[in-house]
Write a protein that binds this ligand. Structure first.
Ligand SMILES: NC(=O)c1ccc[n+]([C@@H]2O[C@H](COP(=O)([O-])OP(=O)(O)OC[C@H]3O[C@@H](n4cnc5c(N)ncnc54)[C@H](OP(=O)(O)O)[C@@H]3O)[C@@H](O)[C@H]2O)c1
Length: 239
């Protein structure tokens, strides 16, 4: 079956980047949000400074906004998870029926904001959030355990929103990772990554490798702060 309808769950900066890219590639894009009316009624930028979603939709005609459930139901094969990491398992479990049998590409980071920490990491943007789960589990594995009928593939997560959909913007030959337990689903995601322009795609194996990808978020943050705001970057596995 040829994929024509893709769902993007999430209206944040990452979700917008994927929705816009997929629409430009010719897919029918169905975006999920908690409450479409509430999302469309927002008039202020979100906490990351993204303009109101209504403005994004006006600039990207043809993208459809629904509830998370209706967006997932509209996808023929691929659903992208861009729901805030701390809330993703609960939100996705609630739409298990609509996700059943589909490939879920998860790029969320299990950041826990405002957690008490013995040794906080101060940054120019406030205390670095804690990763939870971390080390002995991952968000992607939690999602997979909660949704055994869904083919979870972790990917995109090591790259920021501006470059994940346009790797050539920073040279092009850096490395994108993926991990998952279903070989066919990983092939589907590899094809999508190729259509985004990725040429160096490294399959890290089973979904347990998502632990490494999620923990890289702290390294990504450290590199980003060292280079300064607005300096995009990627990693290259030299071998
Ligand atoms: N942006 C990036 O460059 C990037 C890169 C790598 C990884 N990530 C990670 O990917 C995830 C998504 O990032 P993002 O920047 O695209 O968006 P985000 O701003 O982190 O998350 C936005 C989405 O989370 C949903 N959400 C928030 N609280 C919720 C709750 N209590 N229940 C259900 N849904 C809730 C929002 O729903 P509504 O639509 O209803 O508001 C919205 O759709 C995050 O974990 C982030 O750390 C982001």
């Amino acid at each position: 079956m040829k994929t024509t309808k893709i769902a993007v769950l999430g209206t944040g900066g990452g979700g917008r980047a994927h929705a816009a890219k997929l629409a430009a590639l010719g897919y029918e894009v169905h975006v999920g949000t908690r409450d479409p009316e509430a999302t469309l009624a927002r008039t202020e930028p979100d906490m990351m400074g993204n303009p109101p979603y209504k403005q994004f939709l006006a600039e990207h005609p043809g993208i459809h906004l629904h509830t998370f459930a209706d967006a997932a139901a509209a996808a023929d094969e691929i659903v992208i998870n861009g729901i805030d990491g701390h809330n993703a398992v609960t939100a996705l479990t609630a739409i298990a029926a609509q996700l059943a049998g589909k490939t879920l590409i998860d790029y969320a980071v299990p950041y826990l904001y405002g957690a008490e920490m013995e040794h906080p990491w101060p940054t120019p943007f406030g205390t670095m959030p804690k990763l939870d789960p971390c080390d002995t589990d991952s968000l992607a594995e939690q999602i997979q355990r909660a949704l055994p009928n869904v083919k979870v593939v972790k990917s995109f997560v090591t790259q920021e929103q501006d470059t994940v959909v346009n790797p050539r913007a920073i040279g092009g030959d850096h490395t994108m990772f993926l991990a998952g337990n279903d070989t066919e689903a990983k092939k589907t995601v590899t094809d999508l990554l190729t259509s985004y322009g990725w040429t160096d795609i490294l399959d890290l194996g089973p979904l347990v490798a998502a632990r490494g990808m999620e923990m890289y978020a702290h390294m990504h943050g450290a590199i980003g702060m060292a280079l300064g705001i607005g300096n995009h970057f990627g990693v290259k596995i030299v071998r």
